[in-house]
Design a protein around this ligand. Sequence first.
Ligand SMILES: [Zn+2]
Length: 397
Amino acid sequence: MLQSRLFAKTSKNFPKDEESINAKYLLRAGFIAKNSAGVFTFLPLGLRVLNKISQIVREEMNALGAEELLMPALIAKSYWEASGRWNVPVVYKIKTDREEYGLGWTHEEVIKIIADQFILSDRDLPQAVYQIQNKFRMEPRARSGLLRGREFLMKDLYSFHKDEGGLGAFYESAKSAYLKIYQRLEMPVVVAEASGGDFTKDFTHEFQALVESGEDTIFHCSKCDYAQNKEVAKVKAGDTCPKNCGGEVKESRAIEVGNIFRLGQRFSSWFMGSYGIGISRIMGTIVEMSHDDRGIIWPEAVAPFRVHLLALGLDKSETVKENAAKLYETLKAKNIEVLFDDRLVPAGEKLFDADLLGIPTRLIVSEKTGIKIELKQRREKDSQLLDVAEVLQCLNS
Ligand SMILES: [Zn+2]
């Protein structure tokens, strides 16, 4: 991709009412555009990241044995009335001359009705289906960029079992699948017990990414996997671990990036589980966790491009122009995703934008590098001067 041809551009300005790091950097770097509070457009660069996160989630859901489907966002009032959730405060309601709808903020009601058509007896169980879809929730405070959207992308999985034991076993497999997803995203998480909110009276599990800017507070052990959300915790910071592992309870701020619920028979006559992951929230969380004072630092698995090729002094040197163009073609031929900064702008501006965009590997071709190429990882301080073969070797390892 040629940077000069990108639909969106970097900018030095961003809306004053967006205070979070993720909103500031994603808006300035041209990954997202703001439409209204908690409502964003994913621009081409941002959509590349979002799609990569979705694909990782999709692969792990398929590996779990779940099938993908797509339910509507427009859900008739009768569905919500049947479950007693029409008057939940987060529902966006739409009224026409004839009908009333609620925009989907979750899909237990819809999947239950559909499952009734296909699950006719215990012999049809167990089943698990998921979707990746925009959800709508009326958030009173939507000022945290992608962390708390009014419209946001989510993966929701629903499972059906004939008994509690079947649900319990699947629940544990889903938990493992989730942990694999966060591992692939290079996102360390703590699995915390939490309250079921509107869904269930049982404990649920939240996957919490430890980030200073997080809205949640969790108490977790310094040594073992004990962790609870503040809402349900019966410990405080400094206590000895209730699991008697010898560790100490610590208090941390965190962002909830996934949750799993054993719904039991709350919605259907079968034993049902519900499992969510906020895809767009994960994108915001990655930025909150992985940035410096110059911009974003994307993990390789979700970066919009693997390589950012910068040609410095393009307008002054034919050699730079030729070498950079040749390298660009070589990388493309090797199927390496590359963004080529071919813009006729000062070197300082290119370097500034490269740090802001946060693509993992930067390659510089300039008069100074001559026939060599300067390679620098976004996370590292030092760079290396290499020839083309060494660059390719570096990218393959
Ligand atoms: Zn412990």
